[in-house]
Structure formats: C-alpha cells, structure tokens
Design a protein around this ligand. Structure first.
Ligand code: EPZ
Length: 453
C-alpha cells in the first residue's frame, strides 16, 4: 500500500487496526505511564547475562515487550509474571541456542534482536540475528554495532537472511569511539563489555536516561561501569553477573506524546508517573509553544496555556537535547500555532515523511530535504538532516490516513482528534507496539472514536 507520503506500508491487517475518529473534543483526564519501552526491552535482554533469575517491574504491556519475551523464550529463558502486577521474572538457567526459523518467526517487527549478540556470545559462544524490522525512519543501519562486536573479538558473518556471529576465543575488552552517540550501539557495547575479559573504554557514548537506567540494571547485576564526563564510559569486565530486581524508569516518550495531545486538542491531561528531570528540554519547548504544566510528586498535568499556540524553532538532538521521538506529536500541535515554526530533524534521515498526511488534513508544512540554516542553530549540521517549516494556525479537517510508524501514527491520531469532522486511521496496530492500552487511554480521556476494522 502506498502511503500519502509516497512510502509504502504493508499493514498487518487485524482487528483493532482501523479507527474512525470524530474530532473536535478536548482530551481530559488521567493516563498512567508505565516503564519505558526503550529501557524495559533492553533490561529483558540483559537478563541473559545473569546466572540467577531477574525481576523487572513496571513492564509495559506492548508488542515490543512481547517480541523480546518470545525471543528470550525461544532461547530457553523462562519468562513468567512476577508477584507484583506488571512485573516479569526472567530465568536464564535453561538458555540455549535457537533455530533460525524460531528466531525469525518472532523477531520480524523489532530492532531489539541486534542487542542479543553480546549476551548470546558470552553464554553460548555464537549467535544468529535475522534481518531487523522496526519503524521505517531512515535505513536504520547497524554498522556501529557490528564494528563494536568485531572490536570485542567476535567473528561477524553476514548471511542472506541475517548475521551469524561467533567468538571462538571469547570476548575481550575494547577501545571504541562511536562515530555518533547511537543509543543502540551504546547498549550493544554495554551488554557485551560487562563480561568481556579486561577493560572497555567507550567514547562518544549515548547518555539518554534509558541508557543510564540500563547502566543501573547492569550495576545491580554486579557489573563495574563508570560514567565519565564528555560521553566516556569505562567498563571493567567481570566473570559472573547475577540477576537484578529493577523498576524501569517511566516512558518519557509516551508522556511527551500525551502532553502534545493536550496541547493540540486544548485539553488537560495528568500523566501519572511522569518526572520533570528526564523531560526538562521537552518542558521548555512545551511552555515556549504556549503550553502550561503543573509538576507534582506523582506526575505532571499538561494543558494548553494560550490560544492560539506560539510558533517555535526546535532542533532534535541526542540527550540532553530535544529528543527525535518528541518531534512528531509536537509538529501536530505547531499546526495550530500563530506563525512559522521550524523543526530540524538531525538524528534520523527520514522522519518527516509523516507530515504529508497532515497537509492532506489542512496543515501547511513544507519539508526541506537538505535541512535549513538559522542563526539560532546550536546542533552541528548533519548531511542527513531535514527540516519542516510549519505555518499556522491552519484548521485541520478529517481525512483517511495510514499509520507509517510508531510516533508518526500517534501524531496522526491526535491530529484526527483535533480535526473538524471524521477521519479513518488505518494500520493502527503499529501504534500499539509502543503505547500500552492505547485505545483504553484514548477512551478514558474522552476521545470520540470507534474501532471499525
Ligand atoms: C533508539 O533507536 C530508540 N529505539 C528510538 O526510538 C530513538 O528514536 C533513538 O534511539 C534515538 O534516541 C529503541 O530504543 C528501541 P540510534 P536506535 O542508534 O538505537 C544512526 C521509538 O519511537 N546509526 O541512536 O536505533 C542511525 O541511522 C524509537 O521508540 C548508524 O548510522 O537509534 C540514526 O541516524 C524510534 N549506525 C542515528 O545513528 C548504527 O549502527 C541514531 O540512531 C546505528 C545507528
């Protein structure tokens, strides 16, 4: 199926995949945000490194977690519900190699399998990783991962349907400098270095809150990891790690998404579990765009402070900058700002394609494929960057749209909720990969929609 932005999607047609949304009602109420999708899935992989069972708490009930659970189970890890609601117990005692068919059958829709390399090489001396899935936002290469694994002493053999790795002489510490502070590559190094023989020095590391939480998980297991200034991380390999007991940090991407929903629908949403520290940069932009928020010990209430909203100029960046996952829902809100906003996407090479569908709904967004300069720019220009110029306010009207990726899909739903008239949003299954109880939360907030397909 060709999407409105010219890309193609092969929607996984199943019940709960098409929403009919009637716009014009503000979202009001509370949503409970559980553990971060982009930590919980990695902490689950880390359980392979322990010699005893691990317990992970506040695990979100989302597709990405199910994919990792299945991959762990095909590798012999016993995964069961813990005594506390939303917790998992992961017991690696029975871990063993898995067949390609089994791995491929479960891995299809995620990029997480690439993070199994280090743990499986430590455990079994070999690993097979099928070609990766994940959202289509750029070509999502894994060269940093493979270069790092070779640096640890792994033999990497690319095959037609995936990658076979082996470590006949075990894995040793390495000196690694990442060409870019990649989240996934940093996780790859952490999950491999903790049991490699010797010391690993990682430079130009990603330092997102989810990375720091993963370091916390590994430290609980007995790893020796020191976090130095200027994106340097030292890891002293140890022979054995034990299981962990960890409560994942909250999902700041989900929290930011609901904040933008409140902004664009002129509603008010209490996001239970959201914390200020991990959202400082988002909160600054939210307020500059005309939003308002109240912070308490157990969450953050987001609402629109001014109407119409105010235009902003934002550059996405690695942490502590404005996160790339936040720009898509924000752009929907900026269609209602009074003036010209600019969003520079500097992390991914193709994450503004979703705006074509917003233009179909009445927005005025121009994407500059080679990015834009500006005297306010602080993030170093990257060849792959693009920029969206959003001119508002433009009333949005209902349309038929197909979800392209996780955050773009969420953006489409809140655009439909803010639009005048009815929209049909299909391929919604992608959104449920990363947003727990998505339909229930929409309904609790007063959204007017039906599941029609
Ligand atoms: C993680 O993706 C997150 N996904 C993304 O969230 C998030 O947007 C991203 O980090 C940035 O914060 C998960 O954690 C599952 P990267 P990841 O490696 O690790 C280039 C969501 O919506 N690169 O930091 O894949 C890459 O092309 C998802 O929850 C290489 O060139 O991101 C990109 O331009 C979307 N070679 C840049 O680095 C490599 O080997 C950042 O990618 C690896 C990355």
């Amino acid at each position: 199926m060709t999407l409105v932005d010219g890309t193609t999607a092969t929607p996984t047609k199943k019940l709960g995949d098409v929403l009919e949304i009637r716009g014009g009602r503000p979202l009001r109420g509370q949503v409970d945000v559980k553990g971060a999708k982009n930590l919980a899935t990695k902490a689950m992989v880390a359980s392979l490194l322990g010699s005893t069972p691990s317990t992970l708490r506040d695990v979100p009930e989302i597709r990405d977690v199910e994919v990792v659970r299945s991959l762990l189970e095909v590798h012999g890890v016993a995964v069961t519900e813990g005594d506390e609601a939303g917790s998992l117990v992961l017991d690696p005692a029975g871990a063993a190699s898995a067949g390609f068919e089994e791995i491929d059958a479960h891995a299809g829709s995620s990029r997480i399998p690439i993070l199994f390399c280090g743990p499986l090489l430590h455990l079994l001396g070999q690993a097979f990783i099928p070609d990766l899935g994940g959202c289509r936002i750029g070509d999502r290469p894994i060269d940093f991962h493979l270069d790092a694994l070779r640096n640890f002493g792994a033999v990497v053999d690319k095959q037609p349907n995936g990658i076979r790795l082996s470590a006949p002489d075990g894995l040793h510490g390495a000196n690694i400098e990442l060409p870019y502070p990649s989240v996934g590559a940093t996780e790859q190094v952490l999950l491999t270095a903790v049991k490699a023989k010797g010391v690993t020095e990682l430079r130009n590391a990603a330092i997102e809150p989810e990375i720091m939480d993963l370091i916390g998980v590994l430290q609980k297991m007995g790893a020796i990891i020191s976090y130095e200034p200027n994106r340097v991380i030292f890891i002293e390999g140890v022979d054995e790690l034990r299981g962990y007991d960890h409560r994942s940090l909250f999902d700041r991407n989900e929290a930011a998404s609901w904040a933008c929903a409140a902004l664009v629908t002129d509603g008010e949403i209490f996001v239970k579990g959201a914390r200020q520290y991990e959202m400082l940069t988002f909160l600054n932009v939210f307020r500059k765009a005309g939003g308002d928020f109240d912070i308490t010990d157990d969450g953050i209430t987001f609402r629109r402070g001014e109407t119409p909203l105010k235009p902003v100029k934002v550059e996405t960046d690695v942490h502590p900058g404005f996160m790339t996952d936040w720009q898509q829902p924000l752009i929907v809100a900026l269609t209602q700002a009074n003036g010209e906003s600019v969003v520079h996407e500097t992390v991914y090479e193709n994450r503004l394609g979703f705006t074509a569908a917003l233009n179909k709904m009445g927005a005025d967004i121009v994407v500059h494929e080679n990015g834009l300069d500006g005297d306010y720019r602080r993030v170093p220009r990257r060849p792959l960057e693009q920029a969206a110029v959003i001119t508002g306010p433009t009333p949005l009207h209902g349309a038929d749209i197909v979800v392209p990726d996780l955050r773009g899909g969420y953006a489409y739903v809140i655009a439909a909720l803010a639009a005048d008239g009815t929209s049909r949003v299909s391929n919604v299954g992608i959104i449920r990969r990363g947003y727990e109880k998505f339909f229930e939360k929409l309904s609790d907030l007063g959204a007017d929609f039906d599941v029609v397909g």
